[in-house]
Design a protein around this ligand. Sequence first.
Ligand SMILES: *[C@@H]1O[C@H](CO)[C@@H](O)[C@H](O)[C@H]1NC(C)=O
Ligand SMILES: *[C@@H]1O[C@H](CO)[C@@H](O)[C@H](O)[C@H]1NC(C)=O
Ligand SMILES: *[C@@H]1O[C@H](CO)[C@@H](O)[C@H](O)[C@H]1NC(C)=O
Length: 310
Amino acid sequence: MYTHASFLRRNEADQGLTIISAPKTSASFVMINVTLWFIMLLLCPGQLKAQFGTTPNIKHIVVGRCYNYITLVNPSLRYDCEDIWRQFEEAVARQSSCNVTVEDYRQMFYAMPQTWPCDRFLFWSKTRTLMHSYAAVVRHFWTLEDTLVGYMFNDLIWCGQEEDSGFDFSSCPEWSACRNHPVYSLWRQASQNFAEMACGNITVLLNGSIVNAFSRKSMFGSVELDGLNPRRVDYVNIKVVTNLEGPFIESCSEGSIVDLLQILQSRGFRWTCTDNDQTLMILQCIQNPKQSSCQTCANSLLHRRSLVFN
Ligand SMILES: *[C@@H]1O[C@H](CO)[C@@H](O)[C@H](O)[C@H]1NC(C)=O
Ligand SMILES: *[C@@H]1O[C@H](CO)[C@@H](O)[C@H](O)[C@H]1NC(C)=O
Ligand SMILES: *[C@@H]1O[C@H](CO)[C@@H](O)[C@H](O)[C@H]1NC(C)=O
């Protein structure tokens, strides 16, 4: 779950590269210049940082999302959104941008305790897009982004600055640049709380198209897995999903997922592991119906329907 802030960065970088491969017409000459300039921005760390300061209007976004959550998403909850913001500001603002620990967020998390129903917890790593469609279709799933803290801070970037009182809107460090990155520390604590609460059957969505589908460096492998409690969790149901067009690198019996199963086993968890879950394949086919693997899927569905109608 190393996404959030870094996810935005990856998108930006991808866009830069796509523009280069545009056909060289005379009109695109200017564009190439712009692109070169953009690439230099990407390559030059000082300038790159400048692109990603604290998200503008962060206070309005965070407080607004909080009110949205307690008013429309989950009206039974009682939280003091202004107080949560104050605790957040207290933790981050006026700190040096690399010096916010999970402990600094303690008061904020106290202000937003939340419990979740069992059998609904969905964990994921490197499957963010698919996870969103999956959670939207199988409505009963709960991800970190459905919790109040996840909902409020999703996709935002923030860091403080010592000199002026407040947030640094012009630049924030990369996650990798510091041990106590304010964004990372918040997600780390939120992920840990989420995992510690998990109960009943839980589902884990992993990406079989990459090496190290299970990585000890991911949020799932470094924080959530250790937070899971075998006495609260009945089954860890793992689903390994590959891109329809491959590559087919890892599965329940190959690669790092075997290590994960061993860890679960040794900690006393019961688990299942599924390759090629049908719902997940159908979801991918909806986005990419022309894939050859989807043709057979569509045919078998049609076949099944004709059986019903006969
Ligand atoms: C980091 O924060 C701690 C306490 O919050 C403070 O004592 C320390 O001086 C800070 N370090 C830097 C480099 O800002
Ligand atoms: C697996 O990871 C790759 C690389 O990050 C990504 O492009 C792809 O969409 C992921 N596949 C799934 C099924 O999430
Ligand atoms: C939990 O998972 C196990 C194994 O997949 C399954 O047999 C059981 O029915 C599940 N229980 C619930 C409540 O979903």
